[in-house]
Design a protein around this ligand. Structure first.
Ligand code: NAP
Length: 482
């Protein structure tokens, strides 16, 4: 295992200084694979947050005015610094989060890729010249960084979510405050270390850990914060939207999901099984785009159920840093309990556990990869986000039935379907109420695409040419008397 101790920062980065919480309080960071404490980070509150906001606010005018070529060079340096530390950052991510090392490596690479993408996009934040309806006038728009941006990130992708948030914010010329999830703060604090090393000016990147309620309360109420970019649960997203209303902040929300995975009779069975394994069991089922519900057409149901459950039972459950690990531990005891409750609820309502269905013999936070056949709409996981390694199989007969069931949720983040009928593919595009749709493909995310949910899965897009828009204000000017 690569040593990552040189990347551990057990302090907040506020106004260019690495500092403890005002009262010296700390939060233990544990390795979910074995419960060991790997670091202690500050348990900060509102006053530390206020100082971080003031620092970002003071730094903003100068950073926003920095020549674009210099800003782009800083971003490129940050991209290189992430790749220079790739192995150590991946090892640290696996240690605090639990995901297999191969997935952690992929996540860190993705962090770097987003930074590079936005470094390039910074050069294309064009305004427009608008044809004037009245003679003697020129109409034009210009685009400007919104100001201080606060980024709040979840524990399941603690590194790459900052690629999607710090990437566009810093590229646009905004200054930032980052609050990483308490379970995985190290992968957030390291961005402060790297930004400092790359020469980002004091106050452009502030990172602080601690009480979500106190830090969040200060961020949402402080008028110096122009924008909040949040990735996390829909419940907390709604709370932040309500709290921030009094200061009319710009809000980007990447929230929960409940992804359907539809297998039609004409699907390539082998590819559908391989896709379902990735879409369901990546990060032990703890991703917002993980499939929650697998709808399988009657003509292929038995063959799919048998091949899929065989592949699921072959998954190697092990600590993320063990060779060949395919599923690591869950994040905490509450997650394990929630998964156990989902299985009990499904069994009580007639679901048949055909693989797994119990805590793993490794003990601790490990749970068996699980397949439940004969799932029905009244089971809890039909409407709630599972966020764990349970794959429920629902049988359906018609395309209409599958689409209606797939859309029968408040969420609208990702959906997948396996079919070879080209007409159906376009019907799915029209009718599935989802922001991200994978047809015969599940690894669909990269910096080039507009990532984001519909309905209660969020507001705004991350990545693509749209990803920097939310960090820019448009000003219009009319010049008369020409
Ligand atoms: P969460 O409980 O909503 O927490 C997310 C972040 O919000 C953490 O940093 C958390 O801090 C903070 N937070 C909690 N309460 C807060 C408050 N009152 N004010 C301000 N901040 C607060 O979500 P999670 O359990 O970490 O992450 C899993 C969820 O994220 C799932 O629903 C998943 O679908 C969603 N997610 C969505 C996307 C997407 O792109 N759409 C991507 C990844 C994850 P603490 O850790 O200190 O509590």
């Amino acid at each position: 295992m690569t040593d990552f101790s040189h990347l551990i920062r057990e302090a907040n980065l506020i106004d260019g200084q690495w500092v403890a919480a005002d009262d010296g309080g700390t939060i233990d960071v544990t390795n979910p694979a074995d419960g060991t404490v790997i670091a202690r980070v500050p348990n900060s509150g509102a006053t530390e947050t206020q100082r971080a906001i003031n620092s970002a606010h003071t730094a903003f005018p100068e950073y926003a005015a920095m020549p674009l070529s210099e800003r782009v060079a800083l971003m490129r340096r940050l991209h290189d610094a992430i790749l220079d530390n790739h192995e150590a950052m991946a090892a640290m991510l696996t240690a605090e989060q639990g995901k297999p090392l191969s997935e952690a490596r992929g996540e860190v690479a993705s962090s770097a890729a987003y930074v590079l993408w936005f470094a390039e996009e910074a050069r294309r934040t064009n305004g427009a010249i608008i044809p004037a309806p009245i003679p003697g006038r020129k109409l034009l728009t210009t685009r400007h960084p919104v100001g201080v941006v606060a980024a709040i990130t979840p524990w399941n992708f603690p590194s790459s979510m900052l690629g999607r948030k710090l990437g566009p914010a810093l590229a646009a010329g905004c200054t930032t405050i980052v609050k990483p999830a308490s379970a995985t703060p190290l992968s957030g604090l390291v961005w402060g270390h790297l930004a400092e090393q790359c020469g980002f000016p004091r106050g452009t990147v502030n990172v602080l850990t601690g009480s979500a309620r106190l830090i969040g309360g200060e961020i949402t109420s402080n008028p110096k914060v122009a924008k909040i970019t949040f990735t996390g649960s829909t419940a907390i997203g709604k709370q932040l939207l309500a709290e921030a209303a009094s200061t009319v902040k710009r809000m980007s929300m990447e929230l929960g999901g409940n992804a359907p995975f539809i297998v039609f009779d004409d699907a390539d069975l082998e590819k559908a099984v391989a896709g379902a394994i990735i879409a369901k069991f990546r990060n032990a089922g703890q991703t917002c785009i993980c499939t929650n519900r697998l709808y399988v057409q009657s003509g292929i149901y038995d063959r799919f159920a048998s091949a899929f459950s065989k592949a699921v039972s072959d998954l190697k459950v092990a600590p993320g840093n063990e060779e060949g690990a395919e599923q690591g531990p869950l994040i905490d005891a509450a997650a394990l309990e929630k998964i156990s409750d989902f299985v009990a609820d499904a069994k009580a309502k007639g679901g048949e556990v055909i693989t797994g269905g119990a805590p793993h013999s490794r003990g601790g936070l490990f749970y068996q990869p699980t397949v439940i056949a004969d799932a029905t709409a009244d089971m809890r996981f039909s409407t709630e986000e599972i966020f764990g390694p349970i794959a429920p199989l629902y049988r359906f007969d018609t395309e209409d039935e599958a689409i209606n069931a797939a859309n029968d949720t408040d969420y609208g983040l990702a959906a997948y379907a396996y079919t070879r009928d080209i007409g159906r593919v376009f019907r799915l595009q029209d009718r599935l109420e989802y922001g991200l749709i994978g047809i015969n493909e599940v690894l669909i995310v990269s910096p080039e695409i507009p990532f984001g949910g519909l309905k209660e899965s969020g507001l705004g897009k991350e990545g693509s040419w749209q990803g920097i828009d939310d960090y820019l204000d448009t000003k219009f000017m009319c010049i008369g008397g020409i």
